[in-house]
Design a protein around this ligand. Structure first.
Ligand SMILES: Cc1ncc(COP(=O)(O)O)c(C=O)c1O
Length: 407
């Protein structure tokens, strides 16, 4: 009998976005539409490699200094600095004052995990992590596995399919002093609902009032509006003088998903704390994976450090939010044409890569089984899985699912 007999009856979790996307890939149906995928697809349904990324790869290939030696525990220092400047702004006072500790993570997920481990080990003011209802499921998993206690703040309003701003503020103001507050800077996953700049001011005030420790996840900078606007929430908190953690990802903004490029920045109250905390972060990394992957960070560094290549990247990136907005409109139009019951304005109002459709779990199951339309069971769809010609099919599928499985 195996020491791990319990696993004989286990099967891989099939309801994660990546699990569902893999099921979609294995589905031979010519009708299938994968709306679960968390990666950008062109309006023709293809993966996208940015021209700036191809050019950076070409340069790295041609550079005799390119090698496969280990990076240090904290990764590529040039990458870390450029990533911090992108997140916080090149003119950031915190950076100028040396108050930012940065490490290269294994993309956004790995950076969040190092951050969660750091808080679990070194943050003394609270063991409670406050997450949006709902949040990206990995936030829940990470905070819990890091030994923190999960609590929720109201975020998504089912009736308006927008932000429950008043509820959110009430919950933040009722949080115990020093609670860890997990926020998403833009393109909220899974709801597609972001606070307005004015609402961010209110959130900042509540965080200050309760001395909450903000852990900001900014996985979608440049994917919602542009690189500046999508960083505004992070910079608001940093410029207000709060200590906070920022997890950053280049999966979406450079299309480097599988290369695992990201960073974690601790903005500290003093340069001394930042220096020591950077050493502590590196110590945490040693038994996890020792050093992060090198190639993707080299691509990102090549792009960020070269003004011409950086401009090319920014031009290419600037096309993507517009493309996702077009697809929102196409889906909305198709839903209207087909006469799908209910109001669908929220598809137009929500932002970024995702829309929270309001479809129930049963309706999502029906969509997958009957129509080969794949989405996560919470009703989240990724707009980038849509192509114009398939919108009508998806709208017809929605209508059938709503009629077949009433909410
Ligand atoms: C909210 C959020 N945070 C972080 C990530 C991290 O992505 P990655 O690990 O590819 O950088 C994602 C990816 O989907 C996300 O949606």
């Amino acid at each position: 009998m195996s020491a791990f007999e319990v696993f004989a009856a286990w099967r891989p979790a099939a309801n994660t976005a990546i699990g569902i996307s893999q099921a979609a890939a294995a589905d031979p149906s010519p009708d299938k539409v994968d709306l679960s995928v968390g990666a950008y697809r062109t309006e023709e349904g293809r993966e996208l490699i940015l021209g700036a990324v191809r050019e950076a790869q070409r340069r790295l290939e041609a550079d005799p200094a390119t090698n496969h030696e280990y990076l240090g525990h904290g990764g590529n220092p040039r990458f870390c600095r450029l990533a911090a400047e992108l997140a916080l702004g090149a003119g950031s006072a915190a950076l100028a004052e040396g108050r930012v500790a940065s490490i290269q993570g294994v993309s956004g997920t790995g950076s969040l995990w190092v951050g969660a481990a750091f808080l679990s080990r070194y943050y003394r003011r609270s063991r409670v992590a406050l997450l949006s209802a709902p949040s990206w499921p990995l936030h829940d998993l990470m905070m819990e596995r890091a030994g923190l206690e999960l609590r929720r703040y109201r975020y998504y309003d089912e009736t308006t399919r927008g932000l429950d701003y008043e509820g959110m503020l009430e919950d933040l103001r009722a949080a115990p002093q020093g609670t860890i507050l997990v926020l998403q800077g833009c393109g909220h996953n899974p709801t597609g609902v972001d606070p307005t700049p004015q609402q961010w001011q209110g959130i900042l005030a509540a965080a200050q009032e309760r001395q909450l420790f903000v852990f900001m996840d900014n996985a979608y900078q440049g994917f919602v509006c542009d690189l500046e606007e999508d960083a505004a929430a992070v910079r608001l908190f940093v410029d207000a003088g709060l200590e906070l953690l920022v997890a950053q990802s280049f999966s979406k903004s450079m299309g480097l998903y599988g290369e695992r490029v990201g960073a974690l920045h601790l903005v500290a109250a003093s340069a001394d704390v930042a220096r020591g905390a950077e050493a502590a972060l590196q110590e945490l990394i040693v038994p996890m994976y020792a050093t992060p992957p090198k190639y993707g960070a080299a691509i990102a560094t090549t792009i960020l450090a070269d003004p011409q290549l950086r401009q090319q990247w920014q031009r290419e990136l600037a096309e993507l939010p517009g493309s996702m907005l077009r697809r929102r409109q196409q889906l909305y139009d198709a839903l209207q044409e087909v006469g799908v019951p209910g109001s669908w304005e929220h598809i137009l109002k929500q932002r970024g890569m995702f829309s929270y459709t309001g479809l129930t779990e049963a309706q999502c199951g029906h969509l997958m089984e009957r129509w080969h339309v794949y989405l996560t069971p919470d009703g989240r769809i990724s707009l980038t899985g849509l192509t114009g010609p398939r919108c009508r099919y998806v709208a017809e599928a929605f209508k059938d699912a709503i009629l077949a499985c009433p909410a």
